[in-house]
Write a new protein. Sequence first.
Length: 320
Amino acid sequence: MIDHLIVSVGTSLVVNGMRMVEQQQMQTRVPILMGLLRELSREGMGEQGTGVDSDLVDHPFQYLRSSSKGIRAKDIVRAFDVLLKEIEEEEADEVYQTLMEEILLLLEEGQPGELSAELSTIFNIGVDEDMSKLKVTLLASDTGVGKFCADVLQAYFEGREAECELKISRGLSYGNLRSFERGLISYTNLLISTIESALVEKEMVGLVVTGGFKAQVVYSAIIAMLYRIPIIYYNELFSDVVILPPIPLKLDRDFWMEYKEILLWFEKPRTEWEIRKKWQSIPSDLEFFLEKTEEKKRQLSALGRILIQIYNTSSSLLYI
């Protein structure tokens, strides 16, 4: 039986929480949530080119119910991120804590599985309110709203006596592509190190990938299969949770031993002259792991860096 869940955290708590506030007429009990978007509107956010629809900040819940526009979850997340940045800049910790308490109130009075995709997944694999024997590691993105949702989930789990740890995947955010690629490497590193530590402790690990960026799922699946741990996913349209059993994959030791020196050499950008001087040519097997920089040098791509991370961190898997 799984006793340690590693969970990638998304933003469903924020989006679904705002819906619940409107549907259950809880506005006076969660004043920050209710005033969030209107406050942003008064500050002229819609006029500053942030991309948030002015109808959303003026009439948030009418906007959400509008069949002509549909639900714009990304606008809610973006607006929430702006508020969290303001809280951080003003060092208003008490406001952050109150905001957490408002979401926790929604979890207590509603159906937690309807508010949080992560909790929905966990409850659907048989975990109940008694979590005293459960260990949870939350892997959050490097965004304000991602960390906030993880903070709320951590408080929720600890309130039910589960052992819970929060880790941030540095760089995994809405920034430029290069930053996001570095964030994926950070996420991969955290995931591998968490799995390695859990296996040393003889824990039964399961990887929940319902939340988070879609790109995380690809690398999560590869790593989970290498370590032969189940991948757990749930969608509200499914009648049941999906648990992908481990597939017997393993790292190719011969590939690593043959190309390790070349790959490590490309951790720094190299000119074509340097490449020809040292290697004459690059094996075609490595093309997917290299990329050209703006200066027309060649270096490891994000995939190449993740490959090295997997091999370096998971060297024990080479001998399975």
